[in-house]
Design a protein around this ligand. Sequence first.
Ligand SMILES: Nc1ncnc2c1ncn2[C@@H]1O[C@H](COP(=O)(O)OP(=O)(O)OP(=O)(O)O)[C@@H](O)[C@H]1O
Ligand SMILES: [Mg+2]
Length: 218
Amino acid sequence: MLLSVKDIVKRFTADATPILEGVSLEVDTGEVVALTGESGSGKSTLLHIIAGLETSESGSVVIDGADLASLDDRGRAALRRTSIGIVFQQFNLIPSLNARQNLSFQARMAGQSPSAAELESLAKALGIAEHLTKYPEELSGGQQQRVAIGRALMPRPRLLLADEPTGNLDEATSDAVFDLLIAQAREAGAGLLVVTHSQALAARADRQLHLSRGRLAE
Ligand SMILES: Nc1ncnc2c1ncn2[C@@H]1O[C@H](COP(=O)(O)OP(=O)(O)OP(=O)(O)O)[C@@H](O)[C@H]1O
Ligand SMILES: [Mg+2]
């Protein structure tokens, strides 16, 4: 199994009811899994825990055979660099790098050197080819979002985690970009866990999970 999450419990304040109350899920190689749930239900928190960016009170996350708990900060960072592509809800583009440099950033971190042709073909597919010399602050929200998607896809990670990756796009662009994300994941044999508020988009996944009151339902 590519991703195996077991019994995750998470609370932000000790006395509060947990945000996640024993969440388990699996994502196989080549599988597309959609995660829905109302705002504040803990979807981003769960993705951050899976990426090793947030800790949990109990439970385990195993990615490609590696148990996050058995790794230190450096080990988790290395796993993120080599195996995980993350599209953050808030994009997290690097402000001092232009779109082209942001696009290739993750691939470079993973020790790859993507060719100009590869980069431009992805930029074209994402509809941002004309904006590659712009810096994040010069890009619209939707353009930034597509750079963030490209940055995650570029190194062809084994596991893609995407947090409302089309939340800032109009319906037509959102459709196209979501299709591209799924196609690229399938083509690369990656597993994709994607958060979305759109039922129509979620329906395109192989499986749908719904997070409510700290628990997941199929
Ligand atoms: N660092 C934090 N400290 C305290 N509470 C937090 C923190 N991060 C998130 N929360 C709380 O945890 C809950 C889940 O937040 P999360 O961002 O995971 O929700 P979400 O399902 O991604 O929502 P949305 O659809 O709006 O993005 C929220 O009630 C939020 O206020
Ligand atoms: Mg969120």
